[in-house]
Design a binder for this molecule. Sequence first.
Ligand code: OAD
Length: 227
Amino acid sequence: MKRHLVVYSGAGLSAESGVPTFRTDNGLWENHKIEDVATPAGWKRNPDFVLKFYSDRLDSVRNAQPNAAHKVLAKLENDFDVTHITQNIDDLLERAGATNVIHLHGSLFKRSCQQRNCIYEEDQTEAIRLGDLCPMCNSQIRPSVVWFGEAVDMQRGKLKSLAWKSRSDGIFLVVGTSLKVYPAASIVDIFRSLKTKYIIDPSPIPLDGFKVLAGKAGDILPKLFHA
Ligand code: OAD
């Protein structure tokens, strides 16, 4: 049986593909205030603006390519039983070949309904427009991403069972996340009992029991796994 490898990632994993991280010095996301583009209040105030913002993000991710870190992680599926838990809403892991990816904060490539309890969700093929309505309940369609203030499906049962199965010889990697956003950052607690743990980040936050590898994911991961 292959050893388990669990990778918890954030925006830093895609930084070398040219997808900007969130917590830059100016505190803006692509020059916009987070509250304007990633909150239910921002959506209520100006849905057209929010739709344009996500349509631009979709275009820029479509034009980006998986980087060395995505590629090494995908290749590791030959040797490990790999589970990705990512906060990223891009598809660069999948495009590199990763097959088991949980997107905690949703995906730019899915559309859902603004009534969050509605079951409608479909692949995103073209930009969403105001007036595109949910086929189930007739509400406006929106990007299927989690905004600040909205619930995150943490899949705790599934992840705790994975942590239990991998506790003796599993490897846990934390890659390119500031660990500032909860509940997502609590993933670290679920996998704390794994014996081998690394944090990979140019500005790492020291975590008890983790070996710190300070640097870019695209430099560190190939060295760590001799890929
Ligand atoms: P952040 O922007 O908060 O953190 C990015 C992390 O990546 C920082 O610790 C950087 O030092 C690190 N980094 C930068 N370049 C890197 C590289 N080449 N290799 C490795 N690490 C690098 O992004 P997240 O932690 O992902 O949520 O942010 C979490 C959540 O906050 C996002 O999912 C999003 C955001 O607001 C929602 O939209 C709900």
